[in-house]
Ligand binder design. Structure first.
Ligand code: GDP
Ligand code: FE
Ligand code: FE
Ligand code: FE
Length: 194
């Protein structure tokens, strides 16, 4: 597949190589599986396959940047200072989208928003947001208690997949006494009874 919509100012192969250069092999293989899972979901649910591919490929682009770089960016670019109370898990989506736009010259708002929301979700999520959020969670390399139920939920509907994921993630964080980012709670509240 090569891109037709002009959302990326170079070929898919060039994009893949730029991403590969930023990531460990383990993380890069995850990214390729998320891309394919996002494409499958887009085909199944009638969404834009090209945006699903690009969002899947770029979603963890900035995951392996040092914490010091994120802290500096959050201050310099005037992101919400509360972000400084969290870590890479939150930063690589919310702040990572900024690096993707700047370094990869991808300006499509739908793709950048899906990346911003891929870890914490949002009360309102577009179909593309939901596809990336769910694909990241159920890609075939994932192996955690509940992943089969998550795949079944995503098969039933995208919303069911999101609902399963937000409940499972919150339980996981609580069980480990991890800090909950406020938007993670807002996402949970909006989706649990949807
Ligand atoms: P990955 O980048 O493919 O590993 O997956 P994600 O982007 O979905 O998740 C990154 C990390 O953020 C995971 O370890 C999640 O458990 C964690 N995470 C998600 N929500 C929260 C939150 O509210 N608080 C904290 N502390 N971590 C979170
Ligand atoms: Fe991620
Ligand atoms: Fe996720
Ligand atoms: Fe991921």
């Amino acid at each position: 597949l090569d891109y037709q919509l002009g959302l990326v100012p170079y070929s898919r192969t060039t994009l893949v190589n730029k991403i590969k250069a930023q990531l460990s092999d383990h993380r890069f293989q995850h990214v390729l599986r998320v891309e394919q899972t996002a494409i499958d979901l887009a085909e199944h649910y009638g969404a834009d396959v090209e945006r699903a591919s690009i969002a899947g490929l770029v979603h963890d682009y900035a995951k392996q940047r040092p914490d010091a770089e994120y802290r500096q960016l959050i201050q310099q670019e005037k992101f919400d200072p509360d972000l400084l109370n969290y870590g890479n898990g939150i930063w690589h989506g919310v702040v990572g989208a900024y690096l993707i736009e700047k370094e990869l010259q991808i300006h499509d708002a739908a793709i950048l928003n899906a990346v911003r929301r891929h870890t914490i979700g949002a009360p309102e999520m577009t179909t593309l947001d939901q596809i990336l959020f769910v694909a990241d969670f159920i890609e075939p390399g994932r192996d955690f208690p509940g992943v089969e139920a998550a795949r079944e939920a995503a098969d039933e509907s995208l919303a069911a997949g999101v609902r399963y994921e937000v409940a499972n993630t919150l339980q996981f964080l609580l069980a480990r006494q991890q800090k909950i980012y406020p938007k993670t709670i807002a996402t949970y509240n909006a989706w649990v009874a949807k």
